[in-house]
Design a protein around this ligand. Sequence first.
Ligand SMILES: [Zn+2]
Length: 366
Amino acid sequence: MINKIRLINTFKKLVRIDSLSYHEGRVMAFIKKELRSLGLKPYEAGKPKEGHAANLVVDLPGRRPRIILNAHVDTVTPGKNIKPVQRGNKIFSDGATVLGADDKTGVAVILEILRVLKKRKKPHPSLRVIFTVAEEIGLVGARALPKKLLSADFGITLDHGEINRIINKAPAQVNLMATITGRAAHAGIHPERGINAIKVASVAIANMKFGRIDKETTSNIGVIKGGKATNIVPDKVEIRGEARSHDPAKLWAQIKQMQKVLSRTSSKYKAKLKIRTTKIYGSFEVHKRQKVVKLVLAAVKRAGFKPQLIPTGGGSDANILNAAGIPTLNMGVGMHRVHTKQEFADISEMVRGAEIVLDIITECAK
Ligand SMILES: [Zn+2]
């Protein structure tokens, strides 16, 4: 049985340990210790170049099917010195930071499930647990996982909120980075000698289409940097944006449109332009007929909920697992208003989420 108090305590301990992306060393050390205390042998698997910590994997050999359970340990900013505050059935931060329920609810739930399985000493399916680093900055940890570990009959990522809503579809994402180079000049003496890179960037952005493009496609300009002083015509601006779509053709059409506007505007003002696009992850859709969908829907129903398959606009480690050929669903574990200071974890949803995943594992052992 899932132990509610133990689950909450683990969750609170986890959020108290700082673990911004690329700085997950301390929280991984805590998780390692927990796993070893259960007699398990966690091992590191794939460390992003710029990060301080590697992903952590632990295997529980068993019967077929082979299942991957996954959650990420990094959190977004402001995420230092998080203080969990329990109010009734919910856990919030103290208001100064995010809570980090994204995705420490998932981590706590998996640790609790492992405790139950070890105590129970009954046959269970073969489990591979993958805790990733640097998920929030573009699934960097999951992308660094050794390919040979990515083998299973299906996967379950625990990285969203409502437990009756199961994500089986997610978009692909491409990032765009553009550098516009104009010409510097003294703004008071020879402005006509300059080419103002901020002006070029502004005109381009004003003529660009982004935001919600259609039902399946979104796009954003998220960062613009440039200029040094009011008396210098700025010669350099960096623009960073992204596009996402469930349809790869629409995704690339959107990126092309942004590129075209940038290049047209740059040449109009005789500025130089450099553009780099990076595919962050591919899209996926797990079909209703897949065994994992049937298993998950049945378990959610048994728990008394009305399950619903939904698409999401965000990426998760499930994109990487699906790309590796493992049909993977993203299930809810009670995190809400993520990436804000109002973020909270719903305790009963965490407990129910844990019970449902444990039920799926138990059902597979039959
Ligand atoms: Zn997350």
